[in-house]
Unconditional design. Structure first.
Lengths: 258, 277
């Protein structure tokens, strides 16, 4: 009885893993094939699609844009989000959770609605569309993640260590840089990496707020719309490498488990 | 004094929130009452866009709500099964399962949809693999460009959003509670329906809401794997591009959001009703 149910749950677990991971794994495999059709049987492995990727004229500016936006979003939302998380952790619980709920609202909205609302807003206030508008938009939906992750660490943070630094004559800023920051640093860096992953992965909001120019996802979109080449798989694998790579490091740093 | 400085710490975040969320959304609502005349925005308030949505686009709106409801129900169910597996059945493998969910959460929205296109196509991965294995002799042509393909793809990228809140609430249930129910003679299903599901209510509703909102506003999935299938997102997006009718696009978006809120409240009511002791 028990072993039979174990087997059934094992099969269910396996099915879930295959369902979740196979599209991603296939994408990576097909970026290394030699033929231009993405199907079986795979006849040979090659780097030809990776070579085609680096030879694509629009690839380099798109990569540069993605990295610039990702780094700016990571830094800005880490600073803004960490400040907010510290403030929230010191507030009464109920009030803090209401404020956090509000700040999380942009994540609840469908990205399409957020994207077109931001686009019409930027145009109406004469803000020129470009990297800046993309960064602003990404900070809006990345900061709630930073706040949640850092806040989870801050509530288990012993305020007495800061108080003792203050008693010994440290100014609030000194106490922050010599006591608080070193303790929470790994979590803040982890949260910043999550913000970068979200930013690099975003397609819809970027598409509506960038005006002209490309990031990696909008470049992929253009390539998919104009015709399939496995070079798309290579760029996709690169995006996955960036986003999943930073997520894995972030998970290690924050020990965040759900 | 000390407590006031806590509010100053939140100020930058609040500024981002107000300037980039409250203000644009308020403008968006106002915009939905304007009109476009000769490629210019006319600020004369009118209900014409909403009338347009209900008269000309109710079919697409209804279809979108139906697809989103079906997807959200299925995904929430799968999310519950996955969470149950991770919390009560996986033992030391729970961490690994959650790790996989978190990885798929943050990686490759567009690439996941594109991957399903390559999997389900006539010359795609699934057909070619089945043919290579000799299971079928000619490709199954109905895999791609069907409502099933759309729902499957939507389920795939929204599953992590259902798992995380449900698993978080399931983690709050201690083994002792489940054992106590078992000791009192409750069988497998009564434990599930009287102990576990009621305790996960908030997680289940949160998961459903996340999935519904994300799916209801998606337009990339129908474009890539849906063929001629049109969801409301496919009508909204061009209003902000080639069609240039922002007010109509805003009205469509807001009606879709209101429909989503209504369905979510209905779902919450039904879950509460179903898990009353």
């Amino acid at each position: 009885m028990n072993t039979r149910s174990n087997i059934i749950w094992g099969i269910i677990a396996f099915a879930f893993i295959v369902f979740l991971l196979s599209p991603i794994v296939l994408l990576v495999i097909f970026s290394f094939t030699s033929r231009s059709l993405t199907n079986f049987p795979i006849e040979g492995l090659s780097l030809r699609w990776w070579q085609e990727m680096v030879a694509t004229r629009q690839f380099w500016p798109a990569l540069a844009n993605s990295l610039i936006i990702g780094v700016c979003v990571a830094v800005v939302s880490a600073v803004v989000g960490t400040l907010a998380a510290m403030g929230l952790a010191a507030m009464p619980k109920r009030r803090a959770s209401i404020i956090m709920g509000l700040l999380t609202l942009p994540v609840m909205l469908p990205p399409l609605v957020l994207g077109v609302a931001l686009l019409s807003f930027y145009v109406s206030i004469d803000l020129k569309l470009g990297l800046t508008t993309v960064i602003l938009s990404h900070v809006l939906f990345a900061q709630p993640f930073v706040i949640l992750i850092v806040h989870a660490r801050m509530i288990s943070f012993d305020p007495r260590v800061v108080e003792s630094a203050r008693d010994l004559g440290a100014t609030p800023l000194q106490a922050f840089f010599t006591v608080t920051l070193p303790i929470i640093q790994p979590v803040v860096i982890g949260a910043a990496l999550v913000a970068a992953a979200l930013s690099i992965d975003d397609f819809i909001i970027t598409f509506f707020t960038i005006g002209t120019g490309n990031t990696l996802p909008t470049l992929v979109w253009g390539m998919i719309r104009t015709g399939l080449t496995p070079a798309v798989n290579a760029i996709g694998t690169l995006i996955l490498l960036l986003t999943i790579g930073s997520t894995i490091i972030a998970l290690q740093l924050t020990r965040y488990r759900g | 004094m000390e407590s006031r400085s806590n509010y100053w710490l939140v100020a930058p975040s609040a500024l981002v929130f107000v300037a980039l969320f409250i203000a644009p959304m308020a403008f968006f609502v106002v915009l939905s009452f304007w009109q476009v005349e000769y490629f210019e925005l006319s600020t004369e308030p009118t209900l014409a866009n909403y009338r347009d949505v209900f008269v000309n686009y109710w079919r697409v709106m209804g279809f979108t709500v139906a697809v989103a409801t079906a997807t959200a129900l299925l995904t929430t169910f799968l999310g519950f099964v996955f969470s149950f597996l991770a919390r009560f059945r996986a033992g030391q493998w729970a961490q690994a399962l959650l790790f996989i969910v978190l990885i798929t959460l943050f990686g490759g929205y567009l690439m996941k949809i594109y991957a399903w296109k390559t999997i389900l196509g006539n010359e795609g991965v699934l057909n070619s693999a089945l043919m290579a294995m000799g299971i079928i002799s000619s490709p199954i042509t109905s895999l791609l460009y069907s409502p099933q393909a759309v729902v499957l793809t939507l389920m795939h990228f929204s599953l992590p959003f259902a798992v995380l809140p449900i698993y978080a609430s399931m983690r709050g249930i201690s083994d002792a509670e489940v054992e106590a129910a078992r000791d009192l003679g409750a069988g497998r299903w009564p434990i599930l329906s009287t102990v576990i599901v009621p305790r996960c209510q908030s997680g289940i509703v949160a998961g459903f809401s996340f999935v519904f909102l994300m799916v209801g506003g998606d337009y990339v999935t129908p474009l890539l794997v849906g063929g001629k299938i049109t969801m409301i997102g496919n009508l909204i997006a061009p209003q902000f591009g080639a069609q240039f009718n922002w007010p109509l696009g805003a009205a469509m978006s807001l009606v879709m959001l209101l429909a989503a809120v209504a369905i979510i409240y209905l779902f919450r009511f039904l879950v509460a009703l179903g898990s009353r002791p």
